[in-house]
Design a protein. Sequence first.
Length: 441
Amino acid sequence: MHVGIDDTDSWDGGCTTHFAFELLREASRRFNVRLFDYPLLTRLNPNIPWKTRGNGSVCLRVKIRSEEISDFARFLELKLKSYVQDFYDCDPAIAVLRGRPSDDLRSFYEKALTRLVTLREALELARRHDVKVIAPRVGMGLIGSLAAIGSLMCGDHTYEVIAYRRPGAKRLVDEDSVWRMEFTTWPYTFNNVDPEKGRVLITPRGGDPVLYGIRGESPEAVLSASSIVKTYCEPLGFMVFRSNQGTDCHYLELRDAQDVQPYSSIMLRGEVASNPTVIRGGHVIFKVAFKGLEVWCAAYRPSGEVKRAAQKLVVGDVVEVYGGVRRFPGSDALSLNLEKMAVLRASSQVLEKNPRCPTCGKTLKSLGRKGGLKCTGCGFRTHLSYKIEVKLGRGEIEGIYLPPSRSMRHLAKPFRRYGLEKTGAYEFTEVDVRRVIAGER
Ligand code: ATP
């Protein structure tokens, strides 16, 4: 059985991963549940407007005795209703599929990762594949639930161990221990700290039940990292997830100009078509030409290096731009909000300069309105106002630019992961529930 879960969280509390933790914790006590993959934390298109935080959904791939199936389904329904009863701003759904996820479900995941999908599409897919849907309200969460089922993550993937706090407990995490964990586990964990601001990033700031989350390359890496972190409050428990976080899998490579649709996450390769302009707030905008279309790109201040590199672009540079498509406020024009940029080829810049003095080699000075040039070194003069063209190589700006870790999307691949990507096929094997979940059961 594949149990997809989404939209169980609210601004007032709750979190879909925490619900999955509670669910698995109780299910492993009450049923003979076996897992045939790690619980999946599947992030979806970060550019949809109605997400609560990081657009995360969860899938539990479980084996259960056939005589327990109907009780298990009833248990899922009751658990969901009781978890969300005090949250009025969520629209949860659990999707349960028996058997293998079809190619349709995999494509649905790809679409939900990069574009906007409708509830209608999700409902039709669920009907076609005989998916049981548990949705106490309208069920917008079905989109994320089905996408999580379809996310097999056979290629590159990462892991996250999430520690949960008890209701009402403060997030008391020893910051020094987080830095020690960062130094000890480098490069096999990522986005633990923000070196620029000296800030710890593993603890969220909102009212959700997460105490901290540590992301890394393997279950062993994140668990050993977690054992280094000291807290001054007893965590409720931990769960290890396999995830598409930190893999850059959410950019749809544009083939066609028509695919520049609002709220999609895209990547396109083209030539810079207008020199950058700094607008109010210190943000930078410029245009990139792509198959007969000129796409506005905006690099906002928090994007750090991306914005600074955008400022140095000139017309003719070949770039790859990555980000989410939005409408410019108050206009119909679409713009790509940059999340990452690669400068593939920087064109050389041609500058006009005064020539050097033929006698002493010093650069000549213009004589203003009268015309002519003069050397301030040896006194050489000419009535000619001659300029020479100098070609400046700008190769040093070629490279990849990412925002600082504090402003990165969950799905964005940090520099630390470059070269650590998993390329072989993932082998699905049974995972002991005790390896995945820790705490009172
Ligand atoms: P958290 O990260 O704390 O779990 P969240 O940011 O995931 O919160 P949700 O409350 O789950 O936010 O809301 C996201 C909603 O958007 C869900 O109802 C989900 O089904 C839906 N959704 C996810 N991806 C897409 C998409 N590509 N197109 C349309 N709707 C989507």
